[in-house]
Design a binder for this molecule. Structure first.
Ligand code: HEM
Length: 511
């Protein structure tokens, strides 16, 4: 049997493999290129960390992602840029239909963003700098040397907060991630994933590899003659006569999400009429986990592929929602259930050839919710965000005189297909007012609470109850507001050098 080559960790930026959890300090710089020749020079000389670690993890890490505008500024030719996906080329904020689908209207509208909201505010480059505690400032100064200042203008310099993976509302974050099949051992055959599996094809994260459909995502493939500087771009696996500019790269989605922590806890408290336990219970139902990450449904007996069967991961992640179809334990509309409904290709109970055929041809008895949620494996995100702003305890948040401070989440996720992965989750699942058969609700954390086109309000959250009618919470204010966002491409390291070679050639030709 043909065995795929070993993962090309040396060419993959480390962020695709590691969250840099040990590097507690991080800073994200959004940049505009002011001098393309110098910018290319700086990029070519930058020590970008790869996913290959020979011994211990590094003390610092630098990762680089580029927007479509950034590629243009660097001098990458249009016919190469056009081979990237449409949503990357158009960008997050330039199309009002996209903004509507993503929920970026009213208080979330791009014209109110601090960055990324208008064509001239779209950053060209995103630098992600990570360091061990107390090392970030000194190390950043070295990275941002004199040449840097001549090449770039800083549009936004985003700090992050080290709060041991607790997001500002007070819940443990970063618990559930897909398990990437780096060794490419699983089959990508469409009919091999009846049940929810957490194991994900490499092609759902990186371009240049087969995805969950067994297909290669479209990306720029080039004639070897267009690699005059012999930067040895990788070969396209399915078209070996071409070089692959996308291979080992991922699309990177970034959104700055302000969290109104006082409004969140004051609302919970008001609903719970001051009862601490009820307040916790309501907030946990909205997230879909308790504060320490404990799931609201029981652990399943049968191991889930791609989830460890022992240790912390097993305790926090060895579950799906098959035994809670109506959301009586974990509400269907909760944040984690919307973001990852843990569904397989077939509804629960459909196993074996005969029962699958019955479903494929549309016969058999159906549960009303069966077909409402698409199979999760086509819509996974690898999250790499960091919190920002000073932490505020629930007790502080409840005080009447509490100050409104900038705090929230720099949401970052890596995907191979922005529209099928990030946009689908954000639009169909998080902002979907009919997700899973529930009506007139959107994600309790992320929802913008805007009325639907038929005038129906969306500021509700329902918790089905096994012993009676669903408990419905009404009048929820908006807790999360978008303050910036953009789509980037985080290229493989050889591709990054290649992208930074155009302006140099142009500069030489012009002189
Ligand atoms: C300020 C905004 C947000 C907050 C406070 C937040 C909070 C959380 C928390 C507490 C968890 C549970 C911990 C975990 O499983 O890792 C979680 C999970 C998750 N969130 Fe968010 N999140 C936010 C925005 C988003 C956005 C914008 C998306 C994507 C559109 C998203 C997608 C996910 C996914 C995919 C999971 C994992 C679900 C699972 O696999 O079980 N989140 N989030």
């Amino acid at each position: 049997m043909h065995r795929p080559a070993a993962p090309e960790y040396g060419d993959i930026q480390a962020l695709a493999r590691f969250g840099h959890g040990g590097l507690k300090e991080a800073r994200f710089l959004l940049l505009a290129i002011v001098d393309a020749v110098r910018a290319c020079e700086w990029i070519r000389g930058a020590s970008v960390n790869s996913a290959e670690w020979s011994e211990s993890p590094p003390q610092t890490a630098l990762q680089i992602a580029i927007s479509a505008e950034g590629l243009r500024e660097l001098g990458v030719c249009d016919d190469l840029i056009e081979q990237f996906s449409d949503e990357f080329i158009v960008g997050m904020s330039a199309d009002s239909n996209r903004s509507r689908r993503l929920g970026d209207v009213a208080d979330n509208a791009p014209d109110q963003w601090a960055w990324g909201g208008s064509a001239d505010a779209v950053p060209h480059l995103l630098l992600m700098l990570y360091a061990k505690t107390d090392q970030l400032t000194t190390w950043s100064e070295n990275v941002l040397d004199q040449c840097f200042g001549e090449a770039f203008k800083i549009i936004a310099d985003l700090d992050t907060t080290d709060n041991d993976s607790i997001e500002p509302f007070g819940f443990t974050d970063g618990i559930s991630q897909p398990d990437i099949d780096w060794g490419r051992e699983q089959s990508t055959d469409l009919h091999q994933r009846d049940r929810f599996s957490n194991l994900l094809s490499l092609g759902e994260l990186l371009l240049g590899y087969p995805n969950e459909y067994g297909q290669y995502t479209e990306r720029p493939l080039i004639d070897p003659a267009s690699d005059p500087q012999s930067l040895l771009l990788p070969t396209a696996e399915e078209q070996p006569h071409l070089r692959d500019l996308g291979r080992n790269g991922s699309y990177l989605v970034m959104r700055q999400l302000h969290q109104d922590v006082p409004a969140f806890w004051k609302f919970m408290d008001q609903q719970a009429q001051g009862d601490h336990e009820k307040r916790e219970q309501l907030a946990s139902s909205m997230v879909g986990r308790q504060r320490d990450g404990t799931p609201l449904v029981e652990r399943v007996v049968q191991p889930i592929e791609g989830i460890k069967t022992s240790g912390k991961q097993a305790v926090l992640n060895q579950f799906n929602f098959d035994n809670d179809p109506h959301g009586q334990q974990c509400p269907v509309g909760s944040h984690i259930r919307r973001s990852n409904p843990r569904t397989g290709d077939f509804p629960p109970g459909v196993t074996g050839l005969l029962s699958r055929l019955v479903r494929i041809f549309g016969f058999g008895r159906k549960h009303p919710g069966d077909d409402l949620i698409a199979s999760t494996r086509f819509h996974r995100l690898l999250r790499r965000g960091r919190a920002y702003g000073e932490q505020l305890s629930e007790e502080e948040a409840l005080k009447p005189e509490v100050q409104q401070v900038e705090r929230g989440l720099h949401f970052i996720c890596l995907v191979a297909n922005i529209s099928r992965q990030f946009e689908f989750v954000q639009n169909a699942w998080s902002m979907g007012a009919k997700f899973g058969g529930i009506q007139n609700e959107t994600d309790p954390l992320l929802g913008n609470r805007q009325p639907l086109s038929n005038g129906a309000s969306t500021n509700h959250f329902s918790q089905p109850d096994a012993d009676g009618p669903a408990h419905c919470t009404h009048g929820m204010p908006q807790f999360v507001t978008v303050q910036g966002g953009a789509y980037f491409f985080m290229p493989g390291i050889r591709a990054l050098r290649y992208m930074a070679s155009f302006s140099n050639a142009r500069g030489r030709a012009e002189s």
